[in-house]
Each structure stands twice: as C-alpha cells, then as structure tokens.
Design a protein around this ligand. Structure first.
Ligand code: BG6
Length: 476
C-alpha cells in the first residue's frame, strides 16, 4: 500500500500558469502584441477568432486576463500560504522582445520578471520557466510567416539568451516550447497559431508545414539547451509535451497497430528532443510524401548535441483510436470515444490510470526524469453568497491522479521531479478564452466578458492542497 508513505524528499510541489493567461497588462511596460492578444473569446463549440492584429470593438480576454501583472504580490502570497515549493510560469516573449526582431531586449520587461521571481524567492518558491508558451510576437507571424521561416531560430535564441543570462541565478528549471506536439493536429488553426505562429492559406499542405515549423523549433530547442548549459551548467532544461496516451479501442491487432502509429506520430517530437534524432518510420514518411523539408546535416548534428535534461509534460486526458484502414494518424478525424471513461464538461476524458501508464511509457522510452507541469480539471465553479467555493469534484480529480502518480513513483520507481497542477489560480482558458473554465485553488471573480471585481477567494481545494503539501503527499 502507498497510504502513509510520503513523496521523496525535495519533491517540487507547486502550481502552473502561463504569462498570457494571467498577466494582462498586454500593452504595458513596452510589451508588444503576441499571438494570444489577437484571439477573441470562444466556447467549446465556437473556436476563438484569430483576427488580423488587434481590431477595435472585439473582446480579447488575454488583454486583461486576471491582472496578475499588477496583483502578483497578493497571488504569490497565497501560493506561499499553500506551501508551494515552485511556481511554473512563462516569460512573455513580447515583454522582452516586443516585435521579436529587435537587437536589444526591453529592460522594463526584464525587470518585471526580476521582480516577480524575487517575490517568489522571498517565500522559498523557485520559479520554473517556460520560454515559449503560445505567445510569440505577432510581428514575427506577419513579417516572417512564423516558424515556417528558419530566421525564427535566431530570434528565439536571442530571447532565450536574454532570459538565461538575466535569470541565471534565479531559475534552474526551464522548458523550451510548451506542448510542442499540439500541432500534431495540423488541421486546427488554433494549434498552428499557438504552437508555430502559422496562419494557413487555403490549399496549403498543412502537414508539410507543420513538420517544417516543428523542425525549426526542435533545432532552436536543441541550440537553447546547449546555450543554457554554457551559461549555467546547473540549468535543467526540458521539453514540454502534451501527453495524451492513445489507446486502441479493441484488442484487434489492426487497432493496436494503429494506436501505436498514433502514439509514434503524436510523440515523435519527444523522440527528437530526448533521443536527438528522427525515428526511421517518420523519415520514411517524409520521403514517400515528398515533403522535401529543409533539414540540413548541420541541423541533425545540432539535434544530437542538444538533447533535453528532463521531460516536462501536461496530462489531462487520454485518447482512443480504431483502425482506419491506412496507417496514417489524423488527429482531427481519428479519435473515438472511450466507452470506459467519463468526460469533463468540456469533453476531456478523465483517466487517472492513464497518467501512471504515461509515466511508465515515458520512462521506458527515454530513461529521463519527468516533471508533471500541468494536470487538472477545468470546471464551472459556483461561489456561494458567503463567498465559499465547494469544489469537491476538483479535489476528487486531483486525488485520483495523485494516487496514480504515487504508485508510479513509489511502486514503479519513476523518477519524478515535481507536480504543478494547471491554473493554480483561475485564469483565461487557452483553448476557449473563457474564465468560466476554471482550474484554480484560488477563485477569481471575473466573468467570460471580463466583468467582475477580480477579487481572489480560496476554494475548498486550497486547504486540501495545502494539506497535501504539508504532509508531502503521505495521506493520498
Ligand atoms: C494546455 C496548455 O493546453 O492546457 C495551457 O499548456 C492550457 O496553456 C491548459 O491552459 C488547459 O487548457 P484550457 O484550454 O482548458 O485552458
């Protein structure tokens, strides 16, 4: 039994957010317009509109977000009260390089993160930093076509270097690209914009451009890993993968084979990050499809020399597929419902056991430490007249996942650095732009249209998580 046994000493309990989803202050301190700043409010059924720059009279939820830019001391204090050992956030690229192609970084932006990280360190909370989290400069999209363009590698490295040098004694754990593998679904406009800054024209070969953009990102990531280690040999620089294990619907061998190919497709990004080379099946596909990608010999050496130190990953759900008759995975069309699982209000299939499965899968395949940098339940919360939020469904979700994590760590021997549940304070949802899709331990009084007092309230899960951390997970 695992009850009564604690997590390993030094385990990094914390919470996770991303700059564009909570900071607001979208045009303050010299910040430029990012891809997140041109996305309107959507719903699960109605995708967020991607506008051509900031258009008057449209509502952009990320512009204000939850105003963390001005309120962070109050919020960090609450994280400290929960006992956080670490806090994962991203550095908004557009605060440091507003357009992305300037020669010099913006001092006001650098200073903001100095102040934010100092505020964390004051309480013994170490910042864990994602460099690119769905918020690249919009100028790079307009002017250069986003990551279709090899020039982006140099722009990204300039940004990475500015951050590594400035925060070299404040940050140890870094991640290069958030959920780089969302673009596996290259038919999604949202995934292509947020991962790669690509706005497609009709008739383009989207799959080819996805592989090209991702290649430049993987090269940029490998170069950043090397650069970071030169700046500080103690840096731990990881990738960040959206982990949704993909199961076969039945034991029919064709279903099992198809599920394997789906996993190979969705996780080749991790293969390149961790192994330093492309898997052979994919090289063959590049050939047979005549993608004619710009992948040079020098690139291949760079990939080999810049493998990551650990695997950061998010986990919300698992996927299921069945054979389609051709061994090519198309994420937009090939997912089927898993009859054994229930889904959240947003249709995300809840699967705690899948997390233990995923942790074992990663470990067997790459033999690297893992860091669960996102996990959680997006749900509608009700605030009562006396300002209580009884989110027992969230406590259940997290408890069930933590039990599986604990089994993976204590029984299977998985090497896990830490656990940072997503949206530890309510924030703007990435997929829909909604405030009503809440993940937090801390409730923010704000509606989808941005109205509300922005006041913070502790949910029931606040005390629950505080207790988990105090007891180092022993009672889970
Ligand atoms: C991941 C992202 O996709 O999941 C986060 O890294 C995102 O940015 C989170 O917020 C949850 O998704 P959503 O759409 O519910 O906010």
């Amino acid at each position: 039994t695992i009850k009564g046994r604690a997590f390993p000493d030094g385990f990094l309990w914390g919470g996770a957010v991303a700059a564009h989803q909570l900071e607001g202050g979208y045009n303050e301190g010299g910040k430029g317009i990012s891809t997140a700043d041109i996305m309107t409010l959507g719903t699960n059924e109605q995708p967020r509109e991607i506008t051509d720059g900031v258009v008057p009279d449209k509502y952009y939820p990320n512009h204000q977000a939850i105003d963390f830019y001005h309120r962070y001391p109050e919020d960090i204090k609450l994280f400290a009260e929960m006992g956080f050992k670490c806090f994962r956030t991203s550095i908004a690229w557009t605060r440091i390089f507003p357009n992305g192609d300037e020669d010099e970084p913006n001092e006001a932006g650098l200073q903001f993160y100095d102040d934010l990280f100092d505020e964390c360190l004051k309480y013994g909370i170490q910042p864990v930093v994602t460099l690119a989290h769905f918020e690249m400069p919009y100028h790079l999209v307009k002017q250069y076509g986003g990551w279709r363009n090899r020039k982006l590698i140099q722009f990204y490295l300039k940004f990475a270097k500015a951050c590594f040098e400035r925060y070299h004694n404040k940050v140890t754990y870094w991640m290069t690209f958030n959920e780089i593998n969302n673009q596996t679904n290259f038919e999604s406009d949202g995934a292509m914009l947020t991962d790669s800054g690509i706005i497609h024209q009709p008739g383009e070969n989207r799959e080819r451009w996805m592989y090209q953009a991702a290649h430049y990102e993987l090269v940029a990531s490998a170069m950043a890993v090397r650069l970071g280690h030169e700046i500080n040999a103690d840096f731990q620089i990881g990738c960040m993968i959206a982990m949704c294990p993909i199961y076969p619907l039945t034991a029919a061998p064709a279903d099992v084979l198809f599920a394997q190919r789906a996993m190979q497709t969705r996780f080749y990004f991790a293969d390149v990050h961790c192994n330093g080379y492309y898997p052979q099946w994919l090289q063959n596909r590049f050939e047979t499809e005549h993608f004619n990608l710009d992948i040079t010999d020098e690139d291949l050496q760079i990939l080999q020399a810049g493998t990551v130190d650990y695997i950061g990953f998010s986990y919300y759900m698992s996927f299921t597929v069945k054979d389609t008759g051709k061994l090519v995975y198309n994420e937009e069309h090939d997912l089927v419902k898993n009859p054994y699982l229930k889904a959240s209000d947003w249709g995300w299939q809840v699967d705690p056991i899948g997390l233990r499965y995923a942790m074992n899968w990663f470990t067997d395949r790459y033999h690297l430490p893992l860091f669960i940098v996102e996990n959680g339940l997006g749900a509608i919360d009700e605030k009562t007249a006396d300002n209580q939020i009884h989110d027992d469904y969230r406590i259940d979700y997290l408890t069930n996942h933590l039990r599986q994590i604990k089994l993976a760590v204590l029984e299977d021997g998985v090497d896990l650095i830490g656990y940072t549940p997503w949206g530890c304070i309510d924030l703007v949802a990435a997929s829909t732009g909604q405030m009503s899709k809440r993940y937090g331990f801390i409730y923010v009084d704000e509606n989808d249209d941005g109205s509300g007092s922005l006041k913070r309230y502790k949910k029931d899960s606040f005390a629950w998580y505080q207790h988990v951390i105090t007891t180092n997970g022993a009672e889970i």
